[in-house]
Design a protein around this ligand. Sequence first.
Ligand code: ADP
Ligand code: ZN
Length: 633
Amino acid sequence: MANRNPNQKPQNDNKPKFSIIALILLVIVLTFFGNQIMRLFTSSRQEQVTYDRFLSAASGDRIQSAEIGTDQIAYTLREDVDNDRKMIYYTTRLPNVDLTGVVDTMQANGVEFTGVQAEDDTFSFLFSWVIFPILLFLIFSLIMRMVANRAGGGGGLGGIGNIGKSKAKMYMEKETGVTFRDVAGQDEAKESLVEIIDFLHNPKKYTAIGAKLPKGALLVGSPGTGKTLLAKAVAGEAHVPFFSISGSDFVEMFVGVGASRVRDLFQEASKVAPAIIFIDEIDAIGRSRDSKFGGNDEREQTLNQLLAEIDGFDSSKGVVILAATNRPEVLDKALLRAGRFDRRIVVDRPNLEGRYQTLLVHTRNIRLAEDVDLRKLAQATAGAVGADLANLVNEAALRAVRMGRQAVNQQDLLVSFETVIAGTEKKGTVLTDMEKRIVAYHEVGHALVAALRKHSQPVSKITIVPHTSGALGYTMQMPEEEKYLNSKEELLIQLQTLLGGRAAEQTVFGIQTTGAANDIQRATELARRMVTQFGMSDKVGLMALAATQSEYLDGQAYMDCAQTTAATADDEVRALLNTCYEDAKQLLRDNRSLLDEIALYLLQKETITGDELMAYVNADSHRLPASETEEAQ
Ligand code: ADP
Ligand code: ZN
């Protein structure tokens, strides 16, 4: 039987089903070979003999008893009975041979004999036409389910005749019960989501004016920063059902199943609209179709179905799709086009205040000892995300129980932080104190050079909270007003600003770190364009050494000049960078106390706004009017 199903492999994860199959096999074996097995267990031995031996035994009056069936004759011998041996002989009956003669002889000899009803025949008829097909069907459906489980990761096809209809993976909550109160920090993200909530509350208010709301928003952020939580909170605040599905579920599925699941998902959601559809890890399906990793038919089909559904549904009904990813750069451009996920909401790692709030949320139902200082804990956990903090609090509670205490104390929390962070690969995002100081000075270096040179607020935000993109800290530039012309002086200030980070590291700590790699790259590109394209170097003059290949290829340029000229250009680029670097260092040395003050403030708060930065700079310039003259040189 097992040979009929070569693709049926032992499934460790399907033990109950596997035992069902074993049971079925047992039934089959028993029905097929039951007679023989029964004979094995009866105390009498048996022997298959030839028909002529039966005939000679019958004519020689050696038979004690006989059973004559339609196919088989079984008999015992007098000599065995006399010798106390229990032997049964059986032979196959010859077809179409009349047994009358033999029967007469046996009767004459006083043999006990009887005919055996052909009940075996009805049974085998039943078996081959009724039982066997049923068994076959059962086994087949079990195998189908197993294969589907393996492909769908447990979703199952819901039995035969229901292929692709499974909703096991799609998960729906009528009322999530999560509100914005449960999401700590993330104020910017919440702000962007408020409008969506309002829309879900009252779609008519928007459609009456003719406003079209975005169909979807993309939540971008590292794992554990609370993207799922935010999506649930949106559903909870708006009191609408929450449908969720994860992109990674579509990987390794049968071709076509993913697409039909997407279709189901949208169907179900629009039936109960207004509703939220949440697609976690959308990069698993939405990865760029022309990526170098080769195509994947299933993913492509699923993605196309998703695009079709997004375009197809009527947003006035109030279905809003939220999708989460931590790798927005790999997403297919088609997903980001207008009318699809054109809104991007950044869910960053929490800063000091955010971490404190998160700890508050998660200790709401925890009994804390007197000595617990959540602010201190927040300070110690720079770089940790919300999920880490939730995990930390729980670990601490477990530890307190292990220690037989009635409440969680500070020690529990601090020790748990070590285990939570050490146990994961997140070490890179938690900076040591020294690293934090270097990053703070580096970022303030950029910002301060820009502020002092431009006499205006250069940045909107400075942070030393590691960013999703991998940067340890960053300085968010002010949105520049549209500018088509830049003077050489402005470009020089840009160069100094770019090099200001390294300048601060060097000035304050006397070290050079890898953190400046990106700055140096960008500064070099800019300086090279100034020399080879903008005619801003005296040695090279007005000659264009590089030509832009195509307007459309990101303005990439290739060198178009003699090698000696190219070498001169290189020298000029280096000289330009060096001058700007020295200028930046000098500027920071002249304003060292200001640099220290701001860096210290940033270290404390982890994120400061451009306004706060300018408050320091302006206060300083009033104190030291002399610095005006320095800047002018
Ligand atoms: P993501 O979807 O970004 O990977 P989740 O939303 O699944 O992260 O977060 C996992 C858990 O971490 C949440 O269930 C919650 O307990 C906790 N968490 C994350 N961010 C926050 C936050 N901002 N406030 C409160 N808890 C948070
Ligand atoms: Zn930098």
